[in-house]
Ligand binder design. Sequence first.
Ligand SMILES: *Cc1c(COP(=O)(O)O)cnc(C)c1O
Length: 497
Amino acid sequence: MEKRDNSIEINKAEFQKIGYKLIDTISEFLVDISDKPVTTSKSPKELQKILGNLSLPENGTSAEALLESTSKLVLDHSLFNGHPKFFGFITSSAAPIGALADLLASSVNANVGGQILSPIATEIEKQTIKWLAEFIGVSSNYGGVLVSGGNMANFTAFLAARTAKAPKKIKEEGLSNSNNKLITYCSKSTHTWIDKAAILFGHGSNSVRWIPTDASNKMDNEVLEQTIKDDLKQGHQPFMVVGTAGDVSTGVIDNLETIATISKKYNLWFHIDGAYGIPAAIIPELKVLFKGVKEADSIALDPHKWLYSPLEAGCTLVKNPKHLIDTYSSHPEYYNFSLTEEGGSLNYFEYGLQNSRGFRALKVWLALQQIGSNGYIKLIREDIELSKYFYALAAQHNELEPITQNLSITTLRYIPENLAIKDEQKETYLNNLNEELVTVLQGGGELFLSNAIVAKKYCLRTCIVNFRTTKKDIEECITIIVNQGRKTHQKLLDKPL
Ligand SMILES: *Cc1c(COP(=O)(O)O)cnc(C)c1O
């Protein structure tokens, strides 16, 4: 058979040789991951030097040589969120089946924007969406779409909410035709996506009402209702309320049921940002925390967090998927796709912002089957128990003060013994000390955590979405934090003023 001479094809024997070698390297990496430093000690400057300041290559290089040098480069100088002592932000250890799924998905290279371009991939994404709805305990009639992450999942829902609740001609006329300001409500601990959405979609950041939280860090729903009333009196147009199911700082879940009632009363779209916490709704004894989920008009969740999917995988679920079609569907003449679901055809480009789309459903779909709902219940429950263990060990230690514990997030601070500073000065010193301690710990490579500010206290924050973490890791982390806390305190004391 005639073949075109080209530098891009890799023949079968070579593909096998370098592919098997890569798989060997990755298997070794996964086995040894806990023995490595959590992150590289190299600065951006040093990394640039290692990379070399080369120009765009004019001529090609063999794939084998490239993969060999690049595996080393990446495995020697990365931060490993799959390390059992990684607890930073909300980034999980990735299920290894996801890496294999990505390889398979890229090999087929399905374009899951149109059904005709991705026959089985579209069906797999549909099934994944249905399973995710079942996972969090809402009706499997919810429809939706996979996106790159939590921000995109929330944006996708935001625009659907606006189409559903704003004046009818907004799609054609835009915001300028609307006399009254479209207002969004959320608690002050809502993730920054809401600001981005308000700016991106032309509402302006002043259109977001940041409702104060009560003592337990939940949105104060009395203030919520009063603020809605005040806005109506002013002639504004409230359109959407956001409840958070697991806030990024401390993991608290808003009182979703009350928010649902208020939303219904004022005919507002009820959106839940469950990017981090909503998978915990699968745990029978925690269901009570998520009461009201079934009322949501839309929900954002993040399989690349607590479902352990590799990045990137977010998901928007909508109670009535017609709102996605209303918002995102248009029919240019160069698309001859069939436009209804009759005969089972669904084109995902009509469900969200993306046009061409990758087969990200595969990694999520495979993990859901490899682990199963019982497996997830066990893993998520254990993450929460480990987080509680962190809190308990901090409580037992003289030099640690536990601050909060919700879902799998614990916040705490280091407090030196015999600290001879009083009152306000003491709080300022502890904030400086703990801020410096976070920086020292993040650079040290022994563990990785991030920070939270709780009631003006600068805290160390650990979020366990990590199936590799054990009790022993937590015990060792307590020792590491205290040792580094002592050193950092000494360093600050020695520092000339
Ligand atoms: C992580 C998170 C986001 C942002 O999600 P990305 O996947 O980082 O885009 C938004 N909201 C909440 C509550 C989150 O936990």
